[in-house]
Ligand binder design. Structure first.
Ligand SMILES: Cc1cc2nc3c(=O)[nH]c(=O)nc-3n(C[C@H](O)[C@H](O)[C@H](O)COP(=O)(O)OP(=O)(O)OC[C@H]3O[C@@H](n4cnc5c(N)ncnc54)[C@H](O)[C@@H]3O)c2cc1C
Ligand SMILES: *[C@@H]1O[C@H](CO)[C@@H](O)[C@H](O)[C@H]1NC(C)=O
Ligand SMILES: *[C@@H]1O[C@H](CO)[C@@H](O)[C@H](O)[C@H]1NC(C)=O
Ligand SMILES: *[C@@H]1O[C@H](CO)[C@@H](O)[C@H](O)[C@H]1NC(C)=O
Ligand SMILES: *[C@@H]1O[C@H](CO)[C@@H](O)[C@H](O)[C@H]1NC(C)=O
Ligand SMILES: *[C@@H]1O[C@H](CO)[C@@H](O)[C@H](O)[C@H]1NC(C)=O
Ligand SMILES: *[C@@H]1O[C@H](CO)[C@@H](O)[C@H](O)[C@H]1NC(C)=O
Ligand SMILES: *[C@@H]1O[C@H](CO)[C@@H](O)[C@H](O)[C@H]1NC(C)=O
Length: 773
């Protein structure tokens, strides 16, 4: 199913991309390409351009190639570095020949055939027993519909995608195909990917001139490794990652007078952080896409989604605020069960109330975020209520009674402030930044900690201007705190020689990170990446005549309803003062194993995708997303691949057979009352598909709720956990983790609230722990 998988990227060149293109010569055709051989599947992607124009516009063509092992059934370039709103060049073998197909996608659905590119297969295109190879000239290919283009004289990013499943009808260039099995990105300096006019003309006519001994007109950039003479400032605490975990931690440490450095790989988000990315309708306003709650749904259909981490295979925010700058901002004060010993917390964490109280004082929730106190676009609330009430649900103000999570529903609660995105950025970061002993470094990637056995000495960054070879040291008793998220923190640990040896051995094979590992005798074996949970979630899509589906949020960036846009600009009120959800509900179930599992529902107008055999009125659609949360017993595993990209290795959803029946029961209960709500129709699944078949055929990655926890699980000993009850990494003296990854069990609701409370409590324990600065 094509549901919102993350295939998107920063439109910037950066050494933080897992791979960067270099020049190579394909000896079979003599062409000097710039590209990569992606190490996981062994597919090569290369391009070469004609010379830049000396005047007028640049040529609009290039020569490209894809060389793939036969197990790769199709592969593709995404020329703008993202799946959406970009020219996609897809190819696959069909018998002895190559079928190619330009495509375009405006949503995470089957990309449609696209006309415009003039593609000529060149003679070195081949299929043999082990590989297929597509070498082609692509004219009218450097720009495409919607204004996207390849920056032929500058740096950029290319994306690739591939699948091990063949297209449906290989002979047909317009064939449908299933979602890619893998994708990735590489940085490429297009300015250095131009051939001479003679060579380009020869190659594009099928020649093999230039030859292996030929000299490319532009050489590979010689890396002038500067011998750094910079001296670095040591810090008491270095916090890695400016998501909710890192922001609370850095704020409280600086409040305590410590000298604190917060390092974030991404850049600004909201206006107050320096962000300036805004739709045209906000021109002149001090508001970015990230500030306006109602623009949340546009995170998933933007052609330039620079905020997603491009080396993580699921959605993760790489910018100031982390996930809280791009998420729906649903915000729940944690119930006591979120910190209970029964769900894996050390006993010393049980009394979360003082920490949650500190959180509430800094960042209160609201279930009426529009500044006029009114609620807008509430039709889906009213319809869903008619399904729930007959089943004994009652309405509550959810955050007034956090422990009541059975048969309750209420208005969605958020951490918006004054009709704008608030969260930890507009609270904790604001106070930290005002202190002279706090410093924030942006666009700086931490790859690993520098350690001598169990003692951490500093962090390795990718910026040689901040310290010798990019290393930033600690003061003598200093400490490092990883808050890089459920995928980011494990990767830093693997790259520091901490984790299962299979992961560290992948690092060892990497040309850059391998040599940075400590000696094998100092590797620390911990279950980093194991014990991962995320809510399995399934979308049910309905229509009802009362619903205003808000054009499925499709026009909110480019062409918003003008009255709503003006109202928001004038007074931070109306539809744009809230993200898409309108109602949340919870119910407890007893599973086949007699354990209690909770289901959560989130109701919103619109739908990420609809699959039905019948016509329906798209103006009347709404979605109920049904999740399983606290109590689930399934766990998965997170790790890295050979390109050091972080990804799930074992999907966490419905691994334990006791989870699925509860999910099916929860879904069944929601739909049980459809017939008693006049005008209500379920369109996905429709009446040709049973709920059981729907769930059985639901793509695993479509069950992703982006609520990953557990990869650096807290616990009693190094055999079962990564960090101890003080959040210190076992086997180290001064390395800590404070973010979603230490949480031992899925919380009751969307996790931000309980992550913030976890950080309040974690940093208090770190400050109280003897031996620190
Ligand atoms: C699309 C989406 C929607 C969501 N909706 C909601 C919601 O409505 N409500 C809710 O409660 N939760 C929601 N979530 C989940 C929530 O945002 C996350 O659980 C939360 O942000 C995790 O916090 P964290 O501090 O663990 O990590 P993150 O928020 O991921 O922050 C980690 C930070 O570290 C930085 N970083 C990573 N690696 C490095 C490195 N090597 N060097 C330097 N910096 C690094 C990253 O750039 C990032 O800023 C959503 C998540 C997504 C992706
Ligand atoms: C070039 O491609 C665009 C679409 O990207 C198309 O509209 C245009 O007609 C094409 N031009 C030529 C000369 O084929
Ligand atoms: C098959 O094709 C690949 C890619 O073009 C090439 O590297 C390989 O040498 C070929 N194998 C044989 C046996 O020709
Ligand atoms: C390409 O260049 C080679 C070497 O100069 C030459 O032999 C060949 O004829 C040229 N081919 C074409 C198609 O121009
Ligand atoms: C370091 O990585 C970040 C994050 O990808 C990037 O934005 C930045 O440009 C890189 N810095 C250097 C000096 O390469
Ligand atoms: C590493 O630690 C050992 C003692 O544990 C010490 O002898 C050695 O000097 C340290 N090395 C460095 C580079 O700090
Ligand atoms: C579809 O729904 C909209 C909004 O309710 C309504 O105005 C329109 O008439 C409906 N269209 C049809 C064909 O029923
Ligand atoms: C299934 O749904 C369609 C469209 O809503 C409807 O026309 C049809 O009668 C339904 N079939 C049954 C068996 O309910």
């Amino acid at each position: 199913m094509w549901l919102r998988s993350s295939f998107s990227v920063l439109a910037l060149v950066g050494s933080a991309l897992a791979q960067t293109a270099s020049t190579y010569i394909d000896t079979a055709n003599g062409i000097h390409f710039t590209g990569v051989t992606e190490p996981v599947h062994g597919v090569t992607y290369g391009l070469v351009f004609p010379p830049l124009a000396t005047s007028g516009s640049n040529p609009n063509e290039f020569i490209g190639e894809i060389v793939a092992p036969i197990a790769t059934r199709w592969a593709a370039f995404a020329l703008g570095g993202a799946m959406l709103q970009n020219l996609l060049l897809v190819a696959w073998p069909n018998g002895g020949s190559i079928v190619r197909s330009p495509r375009f996608a405006t949503g995470y659905v089957q990309p449609t055939p696209y006309t415009g590119p003039i593609i000529t297969n060149l003679p070195s295109t081949t299929v043999n027993a082990t590989h297929w190879k597509w070498v082609f000239r692509c004219q009218n290919c450097t720009s495409w519909s919607g204004g996207g283009s390849i920056p032929v004289d500058a740096g950029g990013v290319l994306a690739w995608a591939m699948s091990t499943t063949a297209v449906n009808t290989p002979a047909d260039p317009n064939s449908d195909f299933a979602e890619h099995t893998d994708f990735g990105f590489f940085g490429i300096n297009f300015a250095n990917a131009h051939a001479s006019a003679t060579d380009y003309t020869n190659w594009s006519a099928g020649g093999t001139g230039g030859g292996p001994t030929g000299t490319p007109t532009s050489s590979t950039p010689t890396s002038t490794t500067p011998t750094p003479t910079v001296s670095a400032t040591p810090y008491d605490y270095i916090v890695v990652g400016a998501g909710p975990g890192g922001l609370v931690t850095a704020d409280r440490l600086s409040e305590a007078g410590k000298k604190v450095l917060l390092i974030e790989r991404g850049g600004p988000s909201t206006w107050e952080t320096g962000g300036r990315y805004q739709p045209a309708w906000l021109n002149g306003q001090q508001l970015t896409k990230f500030d306006v709650p109602g623009l949340f749904e546009s995170m998933f259909n933007d052609g330039n989604p620079f905020w997603w981490c491009k080396d993580v295979s699921v959605f993760a925010g790489c910018l100031i605020g982390g996930g809280t700058s791009i998420n729906g901002a649903l915000y729940w004060y944690p119930p006591d069960s979120d910190f209970s010993n029964g769900f894996g917390w050390p006993v010393s964490w049980g009394n979360h109330a003082p920490y949650t109280a500190k959180l509430k004082a800094r960042l209160p929730s609201t279930d009426a975020p529009s500044t006029d106190g009114k609620r807008y676009l509430e039709q889906s609330f009213s319809v869903a209520e008619q399904l729930l009430k007959p089943q004994g649900y009652r309405q509550v103000t959810i955050n007034d009674v956090p422990n009541q999570k059975d048969h309750v529903y209420g208005y969605s609660a958020y951490n918006f402030i004054g009709g704008q995105r608030g969260g930890p950025v507009a609270s904790y970061l604001r106070t930290a930044k005002a202190r002279p002993n706090f410093k924030l470094l942006q666009y700086t990637l931490v790859t690993n900690v520098i350690r001598n056995g169990s003692q951490i000495l500093g962090v390795q960054t990718n910026d040689t201007s901040v310290g010798p070879n990019g290393v930033i040291p600690l003061t003598p008793k200093g400490r490092v705190i990883l808050s890089a998220g459920s995928f980011g923190s494990p990767r830093i640990l693997f790259q520091s020689g901490i984790g299962p040896s299979d992961m560290i051995n992948i690092v060892k094979a990497d040309a850059t990170q391998g040599p940075r590992l400590p000696p094998q005798s100092d590797w620390i074996n911990l279950p980093v990446g194991y014990n991962v949970q995320d809510n399995p979630s399934v979308n049910l899509v309905f229509t009802h005549p009362s619903i205003d589906a808000y054009e499925n949020w499709a026009n909110i960036m480019s062409n918003p309803r003008s009255a709503d846009a003006s109202q928001y600009i004038k007074s931070r009120s109306g539809v744009f003062a809230q993200a898409s959800p309108r109602m949340n509900f919870w119910r407890a179930y007893s599973g086949p194993d007699q354990r209690t599992r909770w289901s959560q529902g989130t109701v919103r107008p619109g739908a990420a995708s609809v699959t039905t055999s019948y016509p329906y009125n798209a103006s009347q659609i709404f979605t109920i997303t049904t999740y399983l949360s606290t109590g689930i017993t399934s766990r998965g595993r997170i790790g890295i691949d050979a390109a050091l990209r972080a990804r799930p290795l074992v999907d966490p959803w419905l691994q334990d057979p006791n989870d699925k029946p509860v999910l099916l029961q929860a879904l069944g209960d929601i739909v049980a009352g459809i017939k008693s709500v006049p005008g209500l129709t379920m369109i996905t699944p429709d009446n040709t598909t049973t709920l059981l078949d729907y769930v059985n055929n639901y793509g695993a990655s479509s069950m992703n709720s982006n609520h990953w926890v557990g990869s650096c699980i807290i616990g009693a000993s190094k055999d079962v956990a990564v960090v101890d009850a003080n959040t210190k990494v076992f086997g180290t003296n001064n390395l800590f983790v404070v973010d979603a990854s230490i949480i031992p069990h899925l919380p009751m609701g969307n996790p931000t609230g309980m992550i913030l409370s976890t950080a309040e409590q974690g940093v208090a324990k770190i400050l109280a722990l003897a031996g620190g600065p």
